[in-house]
Design a protein around this ligand. Structure first.
Ligand SMILES: C[S@@+](CC[C@H](N)C(=O)[O-])C[C@H]1O[C@@H](n2cnc3c(N)ncnc32)[C@H](O)[C@@H]1O
Length: 478
């Protein structure tokens, strides 16, 4: 492939220091500010994006475009770089960081946003290069992008050259090699590829209706009348999937507590817990409160859900949810779950939920930064914390009570292996596969479980296009 010569001084210019100081005036400028902040200062994309969107006066369409560019560029970074290095003669590591981000986000648009005309992408990139750099930089950006456009027909997955399957999946689906290797070792090549592909797709909004005040049909009808593209959730009888539901958090029915926003996979947790009326329920890692609220709704105003989290500022988040949903049987408390047995009597809870902090590899479609920031060492560290949390949780469950463990990851060390090790050390607990008929049926019909199902469920992102999620239901049998 022909490599155009890069021109101009590629070091940053003084004006590049201005990037991000003033609110952005366009979608792409805002995207560039966020990408730079993430890459150079380790900011979380979600937080940086939300802050900058609040400061800038962008239209809804532009805010949507900026969001798409930020998440897409981070999500597809490895594939973008695979192509980009073939067009930057001196190597992309010689570029000023902001110029690299500008090129990455422009290549993302060229390769993945079909609705945006190529000339508009180049013009916008050149304008930003002129605003923050000198003419050498804008000339170089122009040259690289135009060369890529000329050869666009060759920039296709089939032309990716890789030494082996792991490298191919890594380049094609934009995943770090170490993670692909680990996934292939667990799930095999074919399933790993399906996981990576599904995790690159945008997540639709999922709603869980509040059964205490409305029905799924009523909420569906309202949303359909307003032009939302909605369908029933396969996994939860309270769930609705809205393909174009990006702004549903500010919908009046959400504010009024008629529904909550929660991934379909997470809706399974409370349904699998299935608390009996008047139960005492302890949610050890509860913030922002999605599962606590669901459990409280299933209790229909009876019993009590103790919603605990270690961070004091998150207590307010939980309390706000309870108020929004008019739930009086939730109490938000602050504490380290590693010492929770100092606060509650042993054997006192009907249900203990440990929705554990985890590596998050099941939610890459919502938080693509995870791909590039987490390491194999992080998995070992978090698995160690989960092990200690489980030991503490086990002290509080009554005889005959339920211990539920869940994570939003697909990493076995944190899931099946974690539970297997726990059960070996806690013979009083047994896995329980006695889940509701309707859940078992949908899982079996979609070949997610078979006759060997034992009470541990690993949902992968491509099974139902949900988050990747793990649930284990255990009962105390001594
Ligand atoms: C996966 S999130 C929980 C999501 C929540 N269950 C929901 O459905 O909305 C994990 C939570 O664990 C909390 N956490 C982490 N370590 C903790 C600890 N040692 N004790 C209590 N909470 C902890 C974090 O603050 C975070 O809010």
């Amino acid at each position: 492939m022909k490599q155009p010569k890069s021109t101009g001084n590629q070091q940053g210019s003084r004006s590049a220091n201005r990037l991000g100081k003033a609110p952005a005036t366009s979608a792409r400028e805002l995207a560039l500010q966020v990408l730079q902040e993430v890459a150079e200062h380790g900011a979380y994309s979600q937080i940086s994006l939300n802050q900058r969107l609040q400061q800038a006066q962008l239209s809804g369409v532009d805010a949507g475009l900026a969001t798409e560019i930020v998440y897409g560029t981070i999500q597809r970074k490895r594939t973008i770089d695979y192509w980009l290095i073939r067009y930057v003669a001196k190597g992309i590591d010689k570029l000023s960081p902001w110029v690299l981000q500008l090129l990455r986000m422009s290549v993302y648009q060229l390769l993945y946003l079909e609705r945006v005309p190529d000339h508009a992408i180049v013009n916008e990139a050149v304008n930003l290069a002129k605003k923050y750099g000198h003419s050498g930089i804008s000339g170089m950006v122009n040259g690289i992008l135009r060369a890529m456009i000329r050869q666009k027909a060759d920039i296709i997955p089939e032309n990716i050259e890789a030494k082996n399957a792991i490298e191919r999946i890594s380049f094609m689906h934009s995943y770090p090699k170490w993670l692909v290797k680990r996934l292939v070792a667990t799930y095999g090549e074919q399933v790993t590829e399906a996981i990576c592909e599904a995790s690159n797709l945008p997540a639709p909004a999922n709603l869980r209706i509040n059964p205490l005040v409305t029905s799924r049909e009523a909420v569906m009808e309202t949303l359909e009348e307003e032009g939302y593209n909605v369908r029933l959730s396969l996994l939860s009888s309270l769930g609705i999937v809205a393909l174009n539901g990006g702004h549903l958090a500010s919908h009046r029915d959400h504010i009024a507590g008629r529904f909550s926003l929660q991934d379909e996979s997470s809706m399974l947790v409370a349904e699998v817990a299935n608390p009996k009326p008047n139960s005492q329920v302890l949610d050890l890692c509860a913030a922002p409160g999605g599962k606590s609220m669901h459990l409280a709704q299933l209790l229909q105003g009876t019993g009590k859900v103790w919603a605990n989290d270690i961070h004091p500022h998150k207590q307010t988040l939980i309390e706000e949810q309870a108020v929004r949903l008019s739930l009086s049987n939730v109490e938000a408390i602050v504490g380290d779950a590693l010492q929770i047995s100092e606060r509650f009597a042993p054997d006192s809870m009907d249900v203990v939920l440990l929705d554990a902090p985890c590596s998050g590899f099941g939610v890459i479609r919502r938080k693509p930064d995870i791909k590039w920031t987490k390491s194999a060492a992080d998995i070992v560290e978090i698995a160690n914390l989960q092990r200690q949390l489980l030991q503490e949780a086990a002290k509080l469950v009554k005889r005959g009570g339920v211990l539920l463990y869940s994570t939003c990851t697909i990493e076995q060390l944190e899931n099946e292996q974690q539970i297997t090790a726990f059960l070996a050390e806690h013979p009083q607990y047994k896995l329980d596969s006695n889940w509701s008929e309707s859940i078992l049926k949908v899982l079996a019909d979609n070949n997610v479980i078979d006759d060997s199902f034992n009470g541990m469920l690993q949902l992968l992102p491509h099974h139902f296009y949900t988050d990747g999620f793990f649930i284990a239901r255990m009962v105390r049998t001594d």
